[in-house]
Design a protein around this ligand. Structure first.
Ligand SMILES: C[S@@+](CC[C@H](N)C(=O)[O-])C[C@H]1O[C@@H](n2cnc3c(N)ncnc32)[C@H](O)[C@@H]1O
Length: 258
């Protein structure tokens, strides 16, 4: 059984401390949701593990959500199912309970990745989906020039794509998910063409990586990025990204079919 923080958070991040504004900055992006919908295929019943505030939960299927953090459960819109307080590592369902299962932006936080993935597979009859970032592709993002510490933290946390495929088992498909320019889900790379947004402390805190860094890293990042935006240095090097329709970054959808 994973250790739990005071609000129930069961991963490496404490959403009781950092999660209050999560739903404001992390709204599901329609283009990413469409990739997930395609992979869910004809599934009627869907389990969402590490469901948080409900991003990417399909509205046209019967969804069961599992979320250990009370702070995150409290941010779920009333139109969505009330989330069950449980962890990925010990899903409270019999074998083969759901047509499909999904887990978005969460596996890097689990205390026991293998156990959580095996649990997803155990309770799922059809496809099991994991939306995550490839640790080997994180340095494609210009943030690596400005706050390499943030990228390094993420590279240590995100499991290798192969480890996720092995843990889920079955036939594995890995889909590279393009990140749209006006992505509404504020994970770091979502701001690839809108650098000013990352000057907002709330936007940074909606990415748990920053909670593992000394505040001085954030302060130095803001100082340097602000300077380069004012002088035009950022635009000289990366300005083409402001109009680039999508970014092939680290986002991946791993689909396991039995
Ligand atoms: C970055 S949020 C993602 C939430 C949502 N899936 C989304 O895409 O916005 C990560 C979520 O994983 C949850 N989580 C962390 N460790 C977990 C575990 N061991 N079992 C289940 N959920 C976990 C956290 O409580 C948090 O809500």
């Amino acid at each position: 059984m994973p250790n739990r923080h005071q609000d129930g958070s069961a991963g490496d991040a404490d959403y009781g401390a950092i999660g209050t504004n999560y739903a404001r900055y992390r709204r599901p992006d329609p283009a990413i949701a469409a990739v997930i919908a395609t992979a869910l295929g004809g599934a009627r019943s869907v389990l969402n593990v590490g469901a948080g505030a409900g991003s990417y939960e399909p509205l046209d299927r019967q969804v069961t959500a599992v979320e250990p953090s009370a702070s995150m459960r409290g941010q779920r819109p009333t139109a969505l199912a009330v989330a069950i307080d449980a962890t990925a590592e010990a899903l409270p369902f019999p074998d083969d309970s759901f047509d499909a299962s999904m887990a978005s932006f969460t596996v890097h936080q689990w205390q026991d990745l293998r156990a959580g993935l095996a649990e997803m597979r155990r309770v799922t009859r059809g496809p099991a989906l994991v939306l995550t970032c490839d640790p080997l592709a994180l340095d494609r993002f210009w943030l690596n020039d400005y706050a390499p510490q943030a990228i390094a933290v993420e590279a240590r946390r995100y499991p290798a794509i192969d480890a996720i495929g092995d843990g889920l088992g079955g036939v594995i498909e890995v889909v590279c998910v393009p990140i749209p320019l006006h992505c509404t889900d504020g994970f770091s790379e979502a701001y690839y063409g809108r650098p000013e947004r990352l000057l907002d402390p709330g936007a940074r805190l909606a990415n748990s990586a920053w909670s593992f860094l000394d505040p001085s890293v954030g302060e130095a990042f803001v100082k340097r990025l602000s300077h380069d935006l004012e002088t035009g240095e950022w635009d000289k090097r990366h300005g083409h990204l402001r109009t680039q329709p999508s970014f092939a970054g680290s986002l991946r959808l791993i689909v396991s079919r039995p």
